[in-house]
Design a protein around this ligand. Structure first.
Ligand SMILES: [Zn+2]
Ligand SMILES: [Zn+2]
Ligand SMILES: [Zn+2]
Length: 451
């Protein structure tokens, strides 16, 4: 028998930014109605599954939640991430060929350190799946392709120094939309150079140019990287009716994109035209993943003559694709020495804005530029969260492939910071041992998440 496409549907009835906010549970109810009406759940190609609940340990594998996972994460977040995890398990054990987690809250704006909610996101659902797949199945190379209209800045942040995770995001140019990042020169740190590919598109891109980007840039880069698992951060806000984006993409365009990309797992991200776009785009994507005909899935107000891209936009997209192709080709010959000389660490300073609660985080992030392994990362972060006030933390992340010396140095950085009175909390994320610790200065306790 041909293998099925799995879906998990979780609309998170009890979670919303506010009653009038576009990120509320109605976002998925029209989609559910549409899927029911089409009889999709009765199709032999589709299997529906319940969500799992991601544990604090699953989340600590990715995030440093300040002060603790439970302070930043609600049941809805754990279920959305757990839904994606459950599908990834069904794919890995061969029950289904691929899956679509139609869930909220979304996740792709959640960064490694979490002081609060950003862009409707608290934890990064796709990143939780990546670490789950690595830990449970020993998968090495994973690609995440972000097709949301917004830059997946959280996913970029989490994997910026990780050579085993290729992140490709196309999105509306950051000069014209939240979060204002995602430019082509953000290519990843020296130990993961060119494993972060941004494709910033001008407003007004229609299906044909988007598919040109997929055919000429995304697919060839994936072919080169040879991932063992492909995750699609499936944001539907490139749709021509979306109130936040300014693109001209249709449900048919999204379905063709999915057919080309062939993701193992798609996880819903944004999309705020809850009646005019989401039901059609989600249905078309689902049918494409299941290998069914989707040609009849057309928006009621679809008028092709209104969705014409300007020649300037087409020209711009073609030139950008050629530029990024060159960067990718050249990157193969670039060494870590060329990128940072003999410096032991590569560092970057970051200001991260939490747009839901209006505060800013300041970060200094350092990665050990090791030639034997991906290096360990040390993050010094402070922010004034509304709930707990000003708080400075130090977090150490040790990659699962770190060499012996990097593991020792990483552990030492954690132990030194425990003696440093400036840090209220000190975190260790040792992925080689699946060991995640939080040191609390106030009561000198050291908490370990249970897995
Ligand atoms: Zn994107
Ligand atoms: Zn979005
Ligand atoms: Zn090393």
């Amino acid at each position: 028998m041909r293998k099925k496409t799995g879906i998990v549907f979780f609309p998170a009835f009890d979670w919303s930014i506010s009653d009038m906010h576009p990120e509320r549970e109605e976002r998925l109810l029209y989609t559910r109605d549409q899927i029911f009406e089409e009889g999709v759940l009765d199709l032999p190609e589709i299997a529906q599954y319940p969500p799992l609940v991601a544990t604090p340990h699953d989340i600590a594998r990715v995030h440093f939640c300040v002060p603790q996972v439970d302070d930043q994460v609600l049941a809805a977040h754990r279920i959305a991430a757990g839904a994606a995890m459950n599908l990834s398990d069904k794919i890995m054990d061969g029950q289904i060929k691929n899956g679509f987690a139609i869930v909220r809250p979304p996740g792709h704006h959640a960064m490694r350190v979490v002081h609060g909610n950003r862009g409707f996101c608290s934890i990064n659902n796709e990143a939780v799946v990546v670490e789950h797949l690595r830990r449970t199945y020993g998968i090495k190379k994973i690609a995440i392709v972000d097709t949301d209209v917004h830059h997946g800045d959280g996913t970029q942040d989490i994997f910026y120094h990780d050579p085993d995770v290729l992140f490709i995001s196309f999105h509306q140019d950051g000069r014209t939309i939240f979060p204002g990042t995602g430019f082509a020169d953000e290519l990843g740190g020296p130990t993961a150079y060119a494993k972060n590919i941004n494709i910033p598109l001008p407003p007004g891109v229609a299906d044909k140019s988007l598919l040109y980007v997929v055919d000429n840039l995304i697919l060839p880069i994936l072919e080169d990287f040879q991932p063992e698992f492909v995750i699609n951060s499936a944001g539907q806000d490139n749709h021509y009716t979306d109130p936040l984006g300014s693109m001209l993409i249709t449900a048919q365009g999204y379905a063709q994109l999915t057919e080309k990309l062939k993701p193992d797992l798609a996880v819903l991200e944004g999309g705020y035209a809850i009646e005019s776009a989401l039901p059609y785009v989600n249905l078309a994507i689902l049918l494409a993943m299941a290998g069914r005909d989707y040609s009849h899935v057309i928006e009621p107000d679809y008028q092709p003559e209104k969705l014409v891209e300007s020649p300037q936009v087409t020209d711009y997209v073609h030139r950008m694709v050629a530029n990024i192709q060159r960067v990718w080709e050249k990157s193969k010959a670039i060494t870590i020495e060329q990128l940072c000389g003999s410096n032991k660490f590569y560092q970057r300073q970051k200001s991260i804005y939490y747009d839901t609660e209006y505060f800013e985080e300041k970060q200094l992030e350092k990665v050990r530029t090791c030639t034997k392994c991906p290096g360990y990362v040390v993050i010094d972060s402070h922010a004034a969260q509304p709930k707990i006030g000003r708080c400075r933390v130090l977090a150490v992340s040790i990659h699962n492939r770190c060499c012996k010396q990097c593991i020792e140095e990483g552990l030492e950085a954690y132990n030194e910071a425990k003696k440093d009175y400036r840090y209220s909390y000190v975190y260790l994320q040792d992925k080689t041992q699946d060991n995640f610790l939080t040191f609390n200065r106030e009561d000198k306790s050291e908490l370990r998440t249970e897995g």
